[in-house]
Design a protein around this ligand. Structure first.
Ligand SMILES: [Zn+2]
Length: 138
């Protein structure tokens, strides 16, 4: 018979016991439900990057209300969705229960963030080039 220690009184009790025989306290439910865990980091990151303007990463992590709001606003014209993406990259993103994502990898987060900047840099470069050419043309 395997045993465990009661967290309330320290008595040694049957590991299957739901209630401590000594102090009569109920023992915390050990969750075996795999659905009761935060979602994984990488899928959430990919959802936020590719379908962030539809709020898919929010649906995926259980925040249905925010997901609908992002779906209706195209992720706050992309700004809200991109802010979420940055939060995911740096492990600041919380799921519907306020938990961090599972299996966060800092290296992947930083790389994803840097890669996401490339299109922004190209757009800024094109804008400044066009503005510069217009200024020269005058
Ligand atoms: Zn006890």
């Amino acid at each position: 018979m395997s045993t465990k220690i009661c967290p309330h009184c320290g008595a040694e009790i049957d590991s299957e016991a739901a209630r401590c025989y000594n102090c009569k306290n109920w023992l915390e439910e050990i969750s075996t439900n795999t659905n009761d865990k935060p979602q994984e980091f990488i899928p959430t990151l990919l959802f936020a990057y590719f379908w962030g303007i539809f709020g898919i990463h929010r649906f995926y992590t259980g925040s249905i209300g925010i997901g609908v709001a992002q779906l209706l606003t195209f992720g706050g014209c992309g700004i809200w969705a991109y802010a979420d993406f940055i939060m995911i990259c740096f492990n600041k993103f919380k799921d519907a229960q306020g938990r961090n994502l599972r299996n966060f990898d800092q290296n992947i987060g930083v790389v994803a963030f840097v890669l996401s900047l490339i299109p922004l840099v190209i757009i800024l470069f094109l804008i400044t080039t066009v503005v510069g050419l217009l200024a020269v043309a005058k």
